[in-house]
Design a protein around this ligand. Structure first.
Ligand SMILES: [Zn+2]
Length: 64
């Protein structure tokens, strides 16, 4: 009765329960979430660069 259910984790990508090491249930999920993370990082970088350019433009306009 007191037998524990095998320890399991939930995949960080698809949320499925799985038994084993790591954060993802499969290589596919690992790769998928990695590339999604990279895409997000790139988006943030672009946003940052654009806002810096706008800031510099506004500074130049206020000086002129
Ligand atoms: Zn998964």
């Amino acid at each position: 009765m007191n037998q524990k259910i095998a320890q399991h984790k939930h995949c960080r990508s698809c949320g499925k329960a799985f038994v084993g090491e790591g954060r993802y249930c499969s290589e596919n999920c690992e790769r998928g979430s990695e590339s999604a993370l990279k895409g997000k990082k790139r988006q943030l970088l672009i946003l940052y660069v654009v806002s810096v350019i706008i800031l510099i433009g506004a500074l130049l306009l206020s000086v002129l």
